[in-house]
Design a protein around this ligand. Structure first.
Ligand code: MSP
Length: 573
């Protein structure tokens, strides 16, 4: 009977609109953004950028924003002695700013304090109430302000020495609460939610599906969906009962609907979300409460939840008390925002926690962005080899010869031939680390080819017939750079743009379909010779130096010629 109800919603069938709606969690404004928050947003942004690149006909929509109600925010504002509305404005703006600087371009940035959202919450509440899913009851339990949730005894840890209790999962303290609340009949949706979770690729990575199914194997208790207004005043009032305010998680989850205009008619053109990106700590809310609320309201639950794990810092959980919270702006000063984006997507894997460390970030960025990618571009653009500053067309005859006589050329060709398909399949699963791996492998092959073909032994412009071979080597190298630039656009959009700008690749030729044209596919696909863009530097990514090295590199009158020599060596070697 229940299953029939959800089948009626047709959420198992193919999607009936062309919208590809992606969301990030909305971020609490109790404290400033850190790299963990940025990670959720960067995953969603890279996913959307890939979708736009690969399927230009799709209407891709990314929504992010801030979660601004509840005790936690109330307390944080009071602690800072700032009026709560102003406190929310300030921190919300910091999120906007960090996302802007990280190249995250959402179609919408929603705040739960906006009127459009309050209207949506009121409508959603009335719908649940009208359908008989909400009732009033006396409620008592342990409330965790930091997690904004009631916890059961099995979710608590008792510190015997102090008698205090803490959330087992987050480690935050809980307080005993007795109040009259409105309750949602979650227990009635157990089978529906289980059925939804079990659909193919509903929850990814699969380990999080298992976690949800384990939770769903125990009876689900009903859940409190309001708090007394005299306790939680910074919240949305329950419609027709201003002694109660809406529970912050119900309020927050509805943001995904408000953003697309719910309850106005047009919202269904975007509903349901194709993919919702969340961190593992908020799986229960999105994997159990959320589908249950939606089903109860007669709406389709999301197509997929993509769940990511957390960042630790030097092996430790990030926390204010440990003073190890990584500020994205600070990290960007060390690595640039693009460097930080690359590191997060390159090193993070969704199924297990990642460790953020300066040593690791420096090693990866120097070896991959500076040496493997950046240095190859510098070498292919070096004036000594490429005095005309062109992306040459190369010659079919020399191409055939190089492919036949040089193993490294053949390996480069093979690697480029597989690039598009491999990267597409990794992107489809949000396996950004594997996309980066594949692109780096192709660039290693290109560096190898460049070394093995010894272009510096061929004099540019010499009348001895060397020039066409030299140009072919440069053309093949630039082709590899161009293809990797196209593929890496979702991960490092600004660097990839600079690379493609330098190579004068027209904007209309940066789509996924242009990966099919290169020397690797056919000699006829070698680009016609074109001028490189003189306005864009060939120095794509500067090596990250330790403070000591920076000092050494500072221009000092006596040592100037030495550092100049080093610079030349780096470009030419
Ligand atoms: N406001 C709720 C979400 C409501 S969505 C309807 C919330 N906010 S949060 O600011 O605490 O977290 C937002 C996102 O940041 C979550 O996806 C969370 O998992 C992620 N991260 C918080 N700390 C993190 C790390 N240390 N590492 C990676 N992501 C982390 O929860």
């Amino acid at each position: 009977m229940l299953i029939r109800r959800i089948k009626c919603l047709r959420y198992l069938g193919t999607r009936h609109n062309s919208s590809h709606y992606v969301t990030t969690p909305i971020f609490y404004v109790n404290a400033a953004p850190h790299i963990g928050h940025l990670y959720s947003a960067v995953i969603a942004d890279a996913h959307c950028r890939y979708q736009r690149l690969r399927y230009p006909e799709k209407e891709v929509r990314l929504c992010t924003g801030t979660d601004e109600h509840g005790t936690k925010i109330q307390q944080a504002a009071a602690l800072h002695g700032i009026p709560v509305a102003k406190y929310c404005d300030d921190i919300s703006e910091r999120y906007r700013e960090v996302f802007r600087s990280a190249g995250i371009q959402p179609e919408d940035f929603i705040r739960t304090t906006e009127e459009r959202h309050k209207r949506a919450v009121a409508h959603f509440w009335r719908t649940l109430q009208g359908r008989g899913h909400i009732y009033s009851a006396a409620y008592s339990g342990w409330y965790c302000v930091s997690d904004e949730t009631f916890l059961t005894d099995s979710q608590l840890r008792l510190d015997k020495s102090t008698g205090s209790r803490y959330s087992l999962e987050s480690g935050h303290p809980v307080e005993w609460t007795e109040e009259t609340n409105y309750m949602f009949r979650l227990s009635q949706f157990q089978d529906d939610v289980r059925h939804w979770v079990k659909q193919e690729a509903r929850i990814r990575p699969a380990k999080f599906e298992k976690i949800l199914l384990d939770t769903l194997s125990e009876p689900l208790p009903d859940v409190s969906v309001s708090r007394p207004a005299n306790r939680v005043h910074w919240a949305i009032s329950v419609p027709d009962d201003d002694t109660q305010t809406v529970y912050v998680w119900l309020d927050a989850l509805v943001n995904y609907l408000s953003s697309v205009g719910y309850p106005n008619e047009g919202f269904s053109g975007h509903w349901p979300p194709t993919q919702q990106v969340i961190g593992k700590d908020i799986l229960k809310f999105h994997g159990i409460y959320w589908p249950a609320f939606l089903l109860a309201a007669g709406l389709e639950p999301p197509g997929q939840l993509f769940v990511h794990s957390h960042w630790t810092v030097d092996g430790q959980k990030m926390s204010k008390s440990k003073h190890n919270v990584v500020d994205p702006a600070q990290a960007a000063r060390q690595y640039t925002m693009e460097g930080l984006r690359y590191f997060l997507l390159r090193e993070g894997v969704a199924h297990s926690d990642g460790n953020y460390s300066h040593v690791k970030a420096q090693r990866i960025l120097n070896s991959e962005l500076a040496d493997t990618l950046g240095n190859l571009l510098s070498r292919a653009c070096a004036k000594s080899l490429n005095p005309g500053q062109i992306y040459p067309s190369g010659s079919a005859e020399h191409l055939a010869d190089l492919l036949q006589s040089l193993d490294a050329a053949k390996r480069l060709q093979e690697s480029l031939l597989q690039l598009s398909e491999r990267c597409a399949s990794h992107y489809e699963c949000n396996h950004f680390h594997l996309v980066a791996d594949t692109a780096m492998a192709a660039l290693h092959a290109a560096n190898n080819f460049f070394e093995s073909s010894k272009p510096w032994t061929l004099k540019a412009g010499a009348p001895d017939g060397n020039a066409p071979r030299l140009e072919t080597i440069i053309a093949m190298t630039m082709d590899a750079l161009r293809l990797c630039g196209i593929v890496l656009q979702p991960i490092i959009p600004q660097l990839a743009t600079r690379l493609l700008d330098k190579l004068s690749v027209p904007t209309a030729q940066r789509g996924w379909n242009h990966l099919a044209q290169s020397f690797a596919t056919s000699p006829a696909d070698l680009a016609g010779s074109r001028q490189l863009d003189g306005q864009t530097s060939a120095l794509l990514f500067q090596r990250i130096l330790e403070e000591k090295e920076k000092e050494e590199q500072k221009p000092q009158p006596a040592k100037r010629s030495k550092s100049k020599k080093k610079e030349c060596r780096e470009t030419l070697s």
